[in-house]
Design a protein around this ligand. Sequence first.
Ligand SMILES: [Zn+2]
Length: 448
Amino acid sequence: MSIQFLGACGEVTGSCYYLEEAGVKFLVDCGVFQGSHEAFEKNRSGWPFNPADLDFVLLTHAHYDHCGRLPKLYKDGFRGHIYTTPQTAELANLVLSDAADIMFHDAKKYQETPLYTLNDVKALNSLYRSVQYKTSTRLGNAISTTFYDAGHILGSAIVEVKIDDKKIVFSGDLGNYPVPLMNPPTKLEEADVLVMESTYGDRMHEHVDRQAALRDVIIKIVKNKGTLLIPAFALERTQEILYHLNDLREKNEIPDVPIYLDSPMAIEATAIFRRNEQLFDTETQAHIKAGDDVFNFPHLKYCTTIEESKSINFAAPPKVIIAGSGMLNGGRILHHLAHYGHLKNTVICFVGYQVAGTLGRKIMDGEHSIQLFHEPFELMAEGVTISAFSAHMDKSQLLDWVKNYQKLGKIIITHGEDESRDSLVTEIKKIKPNSNIVEPKFMQTESL
Ligand SMILES: [Zn+2]
């Protein structure tokens, strides 16, 4: 059996692993690369296999860096099934439709061929096959898969593949805990091969109460009559922020400042969340049963149309704007940055991982002379980061998760920048001294 690493090696994007055993060929995830021109080229390069020969794909979750190349795979000939949770299938359709729409407009603007079209995205909908958590699904003669809740975003999974008697576990992205809405990530006990993420393998999240940190930022912008910009990922992060804001409002801990959710994708994602509240943690479910709408509260406005988005500019500050994209590499947040970024009383609050090379990462790292819509822009706004909002396990949580394995063979560390991977390897060796740990390079093949 062999595995080839087609992404997420020394970086956090482009998750895609190709496995082959006794004539069965499949992928785990098929995500895009993000953050640089090199990423753009990598997304366009071909596959080291014939997509038409692939038997199936297992999809851990709906983040773009895990599902974003699926329509290209279809366009290039793949017609097998995509096994995933129903929530991931629904959210992936949303994410990929949005991506195809952006590509369509970019292609016109820059006169390039889009990576794929909306038709390729729509065609995927007939390929998805639903998998329920903790239920084994047969994939072939001696091959089966079981998905476990990864506590990362709605529908996210740790994917276990059993081939003959060998168990290969793909961690996918492992969620931070405890956080509202999400159940903690499932802990497993056995793997012959473990392919695991290392996004925060070298860092601990701040041990601060994230709701209190959010409250303090809001109180500050109200006092300074400023604007708070929250670049937020449309899936999960936005819904968690709404949950916290709802709670702060109910407890009267923040003033009646207008709050705008200016992201059609996040609004649609929120509707999908509402339809799947059976997957929320017990505390959130109890709130909902008691009649609380955790995603809505007074002075919150959902902005779907361009007109609604533009009307935010006419509202006098202070105000709070939650908009995508989460890493400021596109979307409505850039228009708000152009509008408020030159003001000293504007705060940009980062609530998620900023991939190297993105505008978000540059601002987070303290750059003030930036490029905005291809023009130089002098940023006067203050950038703050609340790392407690992370959707990923930190170093100690990753180690706890590994420690839980009673039987563990080869460990393969992916989905992290090299410093994170190296640091996690060093720490794992302290708790499991005899482990065989591999840090694969892009395109490397390992036999299992
Ligand atoms: Zn993810």
